[in-house]
Design a protein around this ligand. Structure first.
Ligand code: NAD
Length: 496
């Protein structure tokens, strides 16, 4: 039996939850899991199978008619309960995230808070899901638009936010009356398992939320299943593109958020101290494994000299270690393979003639998969690293003469997740936010993460689809619009 033991959390198993029952996976073994900070084995993910996916989809499909017919005001009562349970279990859930993902406890709590916000917003469904109507569009004819749930919705999530990303979708999907099959990252299955246990504690009817574990085999089965109407995906760009193409080809509604290469532009009039602190948090927080992490700082004019110096000092001073230790400021990356990849990319940057202001390659910390904060200065525009999502604590500093030049550089990026500007000039900030080609934009903000009542945007290779996660987009995504045009001639009715 696959178990997960840690002093902070109770034992969890990696099981599927299908039709209200926990079941062991019978599929072939998948990934071996370790605590990224210690190397301690945590268990093994199953690879997943089409048969398990089929059982989960069938359970969701069976639960759908009664759930859809449950009044919206009754459906959200389960979400109010879930919100209360998540608050009660806040510390326990944060410890699970940290143990399987490696981020610090403070970062785990931050992610959980942002996840809970989505539960709160979805509690507004009785208002948010409303359609609209108009009487007498022609004499005696009324027209009404209602939103109806789709049916079975699949949610496929990445390793870097084990709880927040399932909560970007799941609360809206069920509040609008859909039934869900959640397929969490096979790198971090424990947080989702605990989330589903807690969802079950709310008394939600069996089959409304199902959980299947696995990797590509489970994803492919969801993409091909004729009863799955919608697919929400977050992960790397190549997989996002694949999921979008294959899911759309089988007639599903698909939204795929992909990878990123985010830039911040620093103007000479930015406040050096706060700018450096915020950019350091964006680049090195969550060990650089945030889709909104800054990867390239474009320093304009004389900002280059002070920023280079201050970011190097700040990066070198960060305390790296096990995220369960409250004094630690940066945890490990997810796996040893990921560490080796990041270390090799740092070497590539140095080989491409960038100067290593801070070199995190030799941080050792027991058996964990650590890379220290790294600052590469002067990476040439021709280096392939300028377009590579490193997904580790590596910040490149490059130089530009003007905001226009910085915006052109960002335009050339194949990604468009986020960008930020640091300045005390409103005019420069306005010009930047108006013209930059990214879906999320920060002004003196390092991680421009939209609140739950705004869409989590993303452009170019960072997003495939139309409707984004969260907020009103989520309601549009998880519902179909039905327009009713009706006429009730007086002469056809009994006269009263
Ligand atoms: P990933 O693409 O490896 O995995 C994402 C999901 O797809 C997982 O559930 C995984 O099991 C599944 N999967 C993996 N390979 C597959 C394949 N070949 N076929 C079908 N399914 C497959 O992503 P990850 O490494 O878990 O997450 C990190 C990535 O996610 C980064 O690129 C990051 O930028 C991105 N991300 C984007 C956002 C956003 O909002 N744009 C948010 C968080 C993470």
């Amino acid at each position: 039996m696959t178990t997960f033991a840690s002093p902070e959390i109770r034992t969890l198993e990696i099981r599927n939850f299908i039709g209200g029952k926990w079941q062991k996976s019978t599929s072939a073994p998948g990934l071996d899991l370790t605590n990224p900070a210690t190397g301690e084995p945590l268990g093994q993910s199953p690879s997943g199978s089409a048969a398990e996916v089929d059982a989960a989809v069938a359970a969701a499909h069976t639960a759908f008619p009664a759930w859809r017919a449950t009044p919206a005001a009754d459906r959200i009562q389960f979400l109010f309960k879930l919100k209360a349970i998540l608050e009660e279990r806040f510390d326990e859930l944060a410890a699970i995230i940290t143990t399987e993902n490696g981020k610090t406890l403070a970062e785990s709590k931050g992610e959980l808070r942002r996840g809970i916000e989505n539960v709160e917003v979805a509690c507004g469904i009785p208002v948010l899901m409303q359609g609209y109507s108009l009487e007498d569009v022609a004499p005696g004819i009324d027209e009404i638009m209602v939103r109806q749930p789709l049916g079975v919705a699949a949610i496929i999530t990445p390793f870097n936010f084990p709880l927040m990303i399932p909560l970007w979708f799941l609360p809206y999907a069920i509040a609008t009356g859909n039934a869900v099959v959640l397929k969490p990252s096979d790198r971090v299955p424990f947080s989702a398992a605990r989330l589903v246990e807690l969802i079950n504690e709310t008394g939600l009817p069996a089959g409304v939320v199902n959980l299947v574990n696995g990797g590509k085999a489970a994803v492919d089965a969801l993409l091909d299943h004729p009863l799955v109407r919608a697919v929400s995906f977050v992960g790397s760009t190549p997989v996002a593109k694949y999921v979008y193409t294959r899911g759309s080809a089988s007639g599903k509604r698909v939204q795929c958020q992909g990878g990123a290469k985010n830039h911040v532009v620093v103007l000479p009039d930015a406040d050096p101290e706060t700018t450096t602190k915020i950019i350091a948090d964006s680049a090195f927080g969550c060990a650089g494994q945030r889709c909104l992490a800054v990867s390239v700082t474009v320093a304009i004019g004389e900002a280059q000299s002070w920023f280079r110096e201050s970011i190097a000092t700040t990066a070198a001073a960060l305390k790296v270690g096990n995220g369960l230790d409250p004094a630690v400021q940066m945890g490990p990356v997810i796996t040893k393979a990921s560490r080796d990849r990041v270390v090799s990319l740092i070497g590539q940057g140095a080989g491409d003639s960038a100067k290593l202001l801070v070199d995190g390659r030799n941080v050792s910390n027991g058996d964990g998969s650590f890379v220290g904060p790294t600052v590469l200065d002067g990476l040439p525009a021709t280096s392939s690293l300028m377009e590579t999502e490193i997904f580790g604590p590596v910040l490149s500093v490059v130089h530009a003469k003007s905001v226009e030049e910085a915006v052109e550089l960002i335009d050339r990026s194949p990604y468009g997740n986020a960008s930020s500007i640091f300045t005390s000039s409103g005019a420069a900030a306005r010009k930047f936010r108006n013209s930059v080609s990214t879906g999320n934009v920060g002004v003196n903000i390092g991680v421009p993460a939209p609140m739950a009542y705004f869409p989590f945007s993303g452009w170019k290779g960072s997003f495939f689809g139309v409707m984004h996660a969260q907020g009103r987009d989520a309601i549009e995504f998880f519902t179909d619009k039905k327009v009713i045009v009706e006429r009730w001639p007086r002469e056809w009715s009994r006269k009263f």
